[in-house]
Ligand binder design. Sequence first.
Ligand code: NAP
Length: 379
Amino acid sequence: MRARERRLGTLSEPDFSKDIIAIVGVGLIGGSLGLAFRRAGIGKRIIGVSRTETVDRAKEQGAIDEGFAYDDLENGIADADYVFLCTPISRILELLPRCLAAAKSGCVVTDVGSTKRALVEAAGGHGRSDVSFIGGHPMAGSEWKGVDAADPFLFQNAIYVLTPGVGAEREPVERMISMITRIGAHAMEMDPVTHDRVAAAISHLPQMMATALVSLVGNMNEKDGLPLKMAAGGFRDMTRIASSPFEMWRDICKTNAAPIKDTIDAYLVALSALRDRIDKDALESDFAYANEVRDRIPRDSKGFLNPLHELLLVVEDKPGVIANVASSLADVEINIRDIEVLKVREGEGGSLRFGFGQADERERASQTLTALGYTVLSR
Ligand code: NAP
């Protein structure tokens, strides 16, 4: 099945304001969903199923209206129109059968796990033709954990993959697409095997590469302490994800082991070919191809498929630059969709990349900032 991006506007818009939403595991993703639903007017009541301390924090933050313990999960989700399973993947696998059995007729059960095949398979054949399971993966997150890190804007501009189970009816899938679009995300439908194969290449392999590279340099560093002392921005940038907590990755690796191994094998072949060309002129074509492919990556950091309208701003390195630019644009009601700091060196300055939703916003931003004396480059 080909992956497709779906947008609101092709659908008659459902009304979610009377629905009951249950979030099982109110952590970073679950809490962020609760807050995002609240902002979007989705859900008459948002119910959390989590440990008591988490439920209390989530209520304080306004991510849920009421809470239940895991022991009481069946009561917690009994009236829910939508159940979002937001625990680590291994725990989703444990709780999924209970949710599917206890869900009311017509309920949509979904999850947010970072791998999809194992979960969609586990939901297959659940024997409830009146309950739909639709796998989900919001491709947004942070290195923080728990409900305290929840963010109502986490899903804005993020790709949100949906992997409906085999034979899933269209109507609940369309409703899910509509709901996701309302919280600012971009729904993409694909089959779970494709999701896991692509995720292995763009997410899981980079994690393994970062872990291996930092371990290699760490071992070299043990001798004389020089590598880490000399490690500059490039090394830091490329290895940021080596700081990821293992808890989440344990489950990802266990439930997507074969695609990750295949991708590592393919990478080793590519690296070995590069090794053979390291002192040959042919190496230039490897760089040329990689440069060209990198340029084709959608520039929104959350992977928004529709590229944003961008401009580059050449700035001095001094405190308050971003705040000044942002408030100047806010004064003329221009909404910044994305900001990236590019190569700003201490004392030297550098450039900032701003992304806007519309071409005319970029044009107005360019005029505003040029008039304020900034050097603006559009691209
Ligand atoms: P999180 O902040 O740690 O939240 C997970 C929540 O699940 C916890 O707050 C915890 O709440 C509950 N939980 C239940 N059983 C647990 C267990 N055995 N161990 C740990 N927590 C348990 O994690 P998250 O980042 O929201 O991730 C949740 C899911 O989202 C995962 O399946 C992950 O693959 C997926 N995901 C994560 C990201 C990301 O970048 N973080 C992005 C996309 C998808 P209680 O303590 O109240 O039980």
